[in-house]
Design a protein around this ligand. Structure first.
Ligand code: FMN
Length: 234
């Protein structure tokens, strides 16, 4: 038998085999609430060792794509419970990927009152799909104030706590592929002149604040981060 099928451990977790499913946005969460179709989809893959879910936003401001799920409202927590219960019945462990889209977003995809925010007021190049209007150029985001930075860190913390309440075994911070965390790291999307921009120490500051705050809230064995240092996407 292939070693792939043998059990292993991830920190305190026992995985039933060594296959891990990569996070993939599926855009099936109508109204940004995880539903029964999603629970079926993940349960069908519940024979893996570990599943990392599609990116889920910790804030209305992070819902940049059409029909992606959130992890900030009570309805979303309740919706995700169907997925975690169904997956656990099949024996897999499951981490929620927490993804804030930042400038990779369009107001037509977002709920009323949500804002397109990013480290600096620099639009991503290209276009994105919207349900309401088809392909649209990326908008110029609002540069986050220090108050926005603080409140966004708090949203990641609440999202992580909500994920645990929904039955996830842990969370993965999406620090890759051009979304909010990576927008801070990269010098082309981060033109800030305060403590959050300039040197690599400063550009990493927001990411590390989120990492540390989330670890303080739910424990280090439940927290991962995805990075894409060689990526050029977005
Ligand atoms: C449809 C689709 C959606 C994806 N959504 C996410 C996502 O939500 N979060 C993430 O970190 N990566 C996402 N990815 C990237 C995948 O996790 C993976 O890194 C990528 O597909 C490259 O692996 P592959 O060469 O095996 O396809 C997505 C990829 C695809 C094709």
């Amino acid at each position: 038998m292939s070693i792939l099928y043998t059990s292993t451990t991830l920190g305190p977790l026992v995985l039933q085999n060594r296959m891990v499913m990569a996070p993939m946005t599926r855009s099936r969460a109508t109204g940004n609430i995880p539903n029964a179709l999603m629970a079926d989809y993940y349960a069908q893959r519940g024979t893996a060792g570990l599943i990392i879910t599609e990116g889920a936003s910790p804030s209305p401001n992070g819902l940049g794509y059409a029909r992606i799920p959130g992890i900030f409202s009570q309805a979303q927590v309740e919706g995700w419970k169907a997925t975690t219960e169904a997956v656990h019945k099949k024996g897999a462990k499951i981490f929620l990927q927490i993804m804030h889209s930042g400038r990779i977003s369009h107001p037509l995809n977002m709920p009323a009152g949500a804002r397109v925010i990013a480290p600096s007021a620099v639009a991503a190049s290209g276009e994105m799909y919207t349900d309401a209007g088809g392909m649209k150029p990326f908008p110029v985001p609002e540069a986050m104030t220090l108050e926005d930075i603080k409140s966004t860190v708090a949203e990641y913390v609440q999202g992580a706590k909500n994920a645990v309440a929904a039955g996830f075994d842990g969370i993965e911070l999406h620090g890759a592929n051009g979304y909010l965390l990576e927008q801070f790291i990269r010098p082309n999307s981060n033109l800030r002149t305060d403590n959050y921009g300039g040197s690599i120490e400063n550009r990493a500051r927001f990411v590390l604040e989120v990492v540390n705050a989330v670890i303080a809230a739910i424990g280090r064995e439940k927290v991962g981060i995805r990075l894409s240092p060689f990526g050029v996407f977005q």
